[in-house]
Design a protein around this ligand. Structure first.
Ligand SMILES: [Zn+2]
Ligand SMILES: [Zn+2]
Length: 132
């Protein structure tokens, strides 16, 4: 009689303990496993600009540069008749090829790190695309 009462109490306890232990193991496994994962990719977009976006950037001659004529990408002088690219927003200028090579990998100005807003390149959206 006493034995069966003890057993009736003991069995649920055992079951609970087993569930608890399994749960703890899973938890430990999850945390352990998680910490071994490589850090998630940086949220910073490293995609740079597409060729069509590059085409939309101001294209000027070296003589029209306003903020000096040294190209910060190749550290060379930009000739007065050489084609140059102007970064909208900060007006820093670079050789056309240098700017395109840099900007296709980094969407920011190599001198002052001004971010190139993709919205700069998209033709103005029609204003009547309200969500409602
Ligand atoms: Zn250059
Ligand atoms: Zn700049």
């Amino acid at each position: 009689m006493l034995d069966s009462v003890l057993l009736a109490l003991f069995l649920p306890c055992l079951g609970m303990s087993a569930v608890f232990i399994v749960y703890m193991c899973l938890l430990w496994y999850a945390t352990n496993h998680h910490s071994q994962l490589p850090l998630p990719a940086k949220p910073v977009s490293n995609t740079g600009l597409s060729p069509s976006q590059l085409d939309n950037l101001p294209r000027i001659a070296g003589k029209d540069l306003v903020l000096g004529t040294e190209c910060a990408v190749c550290l060379d002088e930009i000739g007065t008749e050489q084609p140059a690219r102007l970064v909208p927003g900060c007006n820093h200028g670079f050789h056309l090829e240098c700017a395109d090579a840099w900007l296709s990998n980094h969407p920011l100005c190599p001198v002052c790190r001004t971010k190139l807003d993709p919205l700069l390149f998209t033709p103005s959206h029609s204003d009547n695309n309200n969500p409602c």
